[in-house]
Design a protein around this ligand. Structure first.
Ligand code: PHE
Length: 447
């Protein structure tokens, strides 16, 4: 089955598109601005940049290399080299469920907001905040939309990776970029917008503590789809002649640029409309419609396009998550693809319903002090992805033979790449860095 999926990427760049499609998602446009907002703004962003380019890029190279070397998806990649390491792949499989325990909820919001954009949402800019709160806390409506969002995933992944999604990526990712720029222009010219630019570009390094570092590390792994086997799986579909370091660089650069662009679009508007930067998960859903509401007759159209593009960005990420879960059942349990996809998505549906309800009727029910939505979010980026990233770094440099990794990542010595630098970073520096950040993060969370 994995072989089949490998065949279905039609162009040589299909891989870059798939990997970028997985990376660029809600993490960039929905999550990055609000996490930055909750962690003090520009100081967080400086740290994020550093972590994405040093830690993220290196781990992405490691994941692609491991995937292509073993030609197997997450669990098999570890298991085929060392049986004792099967758990590391299995952890990735579990993480796919945890992320898909809340991702479809937000995916559903994007669909709902696309629909609402043209059915009167923007009529009253003053009530957008309350409208969002009312919508996400309602017991039925968001569940309808999340079911619809998941249905798209099921259709695509059940059929294998179709030409449709490759094409959709080719058309909709550039249009997402254009839309962001267009909204940016509007946002930057609003009176009061400069507060947003200051918030983004005047780093106050006294704001950095262990918590901020851990948030940046988790956000980098989340946004780059690292630490849970997704890029291992996608790397396993990669042709031998393809340049791994260059591909990883392109994907990381695209992902980081889109996150920054999203911040540049959102924060000027946040300050112009006097929204609190630390608003949390509602930020994009409250601020962006506010910008569009002031755009006259074209407002609803732009708003529709924005949320549709956000939906597509989310979809190309969530199918990679569903694929990781389904690939496990197909590879390790010998299930057929349909059954694997249906069972995986049924579990995800159930978890997402709990998440959605935790924002409303179930808000009184908490685990470790938070509801399901926050719990799945917290567990994925602050715990599972960081541990997963750490395990990949250790596995690739301490368990797999150095010579094999060298040959794989440099295409038998033909690709120019500072191998020693990367190898030592991944072997010594990154594990220590992840360890320190995690410990300081936990300590400062308890202060
Ligand atoms: N990178 C995706 C995003 O930014 C989320 C994701 C995480 C996808 C992990 C796959 C694996 O939205």
């Amino acid at each position: 089955m994995i072989e089949k999926a490998r065949e279905s990427w039609t162009s040589r760049l299909g891989f870059i598109l798939a990997a970028a499609g997985s990376a660029v998602g809600l993490g960039n446009i929905w999550r990055f601005p609000y996490v930055a907002g909750m962690n003090g703004g520009s100081a967080f962003i400086v740290v994020y940049f550093f972590i994405a380019l040093v830690v993220g890029l290196s781990i992405m190279v490691a994941e692609f290399t491991l995937g292509r070397y073993t030609k197997l998806s997450a669990v098999g990649a570890f298991k085929s080299i060392s049986k004792r390491w099967t758990f590391a792949g299995f952890l990735g499989f579990l993480t796919a469920f945890i992320i898909m325990g809340f991702y479809p909820v937000v995916g559903g919001w994007t669909l709902a907001y696309a629909f609402k954009s043209v059915t009167g949402l923007l009529r009253n800019a003053e009530t957008l905040r309350d409208a969002f709160g009312k919508f996400i806390t309602s017991p039925v409506e968001p569940i309808f939309w999340l079911a619809l969002f998941l249905a798209f995933n099921v259709i695509i992944v059940a059929r294998g990776i179709s030409k449709g999604i490759e094409l959709a990526n080719k058309i909709l990712m550039p249009s997402l970029l254009l839309l962001l720029l267009a909204i940016g222009l509007r946002s930057w010219t609003l009176p009061g917008a400069s507060g947003g630019l200051e918030f983004l570009f005047k780093p106050d390094f006294s704001k950095i503590n262990g918590n901020v570092l851990l948030a940046a590390l988790g956000q980098a792994f989340f946004s780059l789809s690292l630490g849970m086997g997704c890029m291992i799986t996608y790397g396993s579909y990669l042709k031998k002649e393809e340049n791994i370091p260059a591909s990883a660089f392109v994907v990381t650069a695209m992902d980081t640029l889109i996150a920054i662009l999203a911040g540049l679009v959102i924060f000027p508007a946040v300050f112009a409309f006097g929204v609190e930067p630390a608003t949390g998960p509602g930020l994009v859903f409250i601020v962006v419609p506010q910008v569009f509401a002031k755009l006259g007759v074209f407002g609803p159209l732009f708003s529709l396009l924005f949320f549709l593009a956000l939906f597509v960005a989310a979809l190309t990420s969530s199918i990679s998550l569903l694929e990781v879960a389904a690939a496990y059942f197909i590879d390790q349990k010998g299930w057929n693809r349909k059954k694997a996809v249906l069972v995986s998505s049924a579990i995800m549906f159930f978890m997402s319903i709990l998440s959605s309800l935790s924002l409303g009727v179930l808000s009184g029910f908490t685990i470790l002090g938070v509801g399901f939505f926050d719990l799945f979010d917290l567990l994925s980026d602050k715990v599972f992805l960081t541990v997963g990233g750490l395990l990949v770094a250790i596995f690739v440099t301490w368990v797999v033979k150095k010579e094999n990794i060298h040959m794989e990542v440099t295409n038998n010595g033909t690709v120019k790449f500072p191998f020693a630098l990367w190898y030592n970073l991944v072997k010594y520096v990154i594990p220590v860095l992840i360890g320190i950040i995690t410990v300081t993060g936990i300590i400062s969370a308890h202060q």
